[in-house]
Ligand binder design. Sequence first.
Ligand code: SF4
Ligand code: SF4
Ligand code: SF4
Length: 375
Amino acid sequence: MSADALTKLYVELTTACNLDCVMCVRRTWRDEGYGPMDWALYQRLIEQLRAFPTPPVIHFGGYGEPMTYPRFLEAIELAKSIGARVEMTTNGTLLTPDMAQALIDLDVDKIMVSIDGVSPEVYGDIRVHSDFKKVIGNFVELFRRKVSQRGRGLHKPIVGIAFVAMKRNIADLPRLPQLAHFIGASEIKVSNVVPYYPQLADEILYDRALYSLAYRSSPAIPDMSLPKMNLDDATYPALKEVFDSTVSLSWKQSSLNRYNDYCEFTQQGYAVIRRDGAVAPCLELMRDHTVYLLGRPQHVTHYTLGDVSQQSLRDIWESPEYSDFRRRVREFPYSPCLTCGGCERFEENFQDCNENNVFPVCGRCPWAQGFVQCP
Ligand code: SF4
Ligand code: SF4
Ligand code: SF4
């Protein structure tokens, strides 16, 4: 596969959702309609994927619940018909026993379920209109069916848990492994919350981490390489002090700053299809929105590179503009706005203090500095 291959496509089947989670960007939308992708547009998209040497992974995700899509199972079937690996992120509320069976039968590869609390109270406070016990029951049933039909072991659909960490739910983190065992999940992916409205800024768990030298790299900062050791009462106070001191940290060979200035979307060859067919390079640039960090609003203006209802995805992906954009973001020449916030340019993504940079500038992106990660 070429170094610049399209490897994964996030497809936003719908912007509709049956929940109203506290951290969802949809809460801040004004003019955006809520609804499904046109079926003919989806068919056209899948047909276009045949032009790629290898079909990308299709991940049903974006901002909406994919299982509310009226032709959801047909959409999976069509994606599978071109040989694509199929994944999704879901809130899990609509995973009925019949749906679970259909996903097994369709050989869906992976399901990430969003669970942000390990008690009905914490979960219910975040996932508004959901029912913790029902969601857990849905995944236990999927697990039971996989075991009874395919035996013990890691069988498709592989299940993972996506957890958005905030002050209100971080105490539940240690109970996630037990929950993962209970529902047969083999992966837990924790992200930080993106504060899309001012009150959410009080929920973030990385205000100090934004500046922490432990995560930085500079010739002026010594690097401390730690071995594997206990994390217990004997080591914790010393390690915490080291973490807050003036060294950058590595754990064995793995530096905590290894993924600074690293955009997974451009480095790994991902793209996003909005439900109206627009092609965005990442989830962050799909739509206009505001993020409240460092006590200030940042108005992020969307950036799209074409529309699959007008052009083929391969032409869009290989266009000079999109290729140049990916190359630029991989080089990451941007000013460190996320940890600076020192001038008015911080408040938009049009320009930074590297005068050569053109819209959109990515120096303020929390994804590229490892604070936010996608399922
Ligand atoms: S389930 Fe996802 S799309 Fe729906 S409200 Fe929650 S975060 Fe938003
Ligand atoms: S443009 Fe430069 S000065 Fe302004 S916030 Fe970004 S890094 Fe700081
Ligand atoms: S750095 Fe952030 S805003 Fe820029 S392309 Fe990557 S994810 Fe998108």
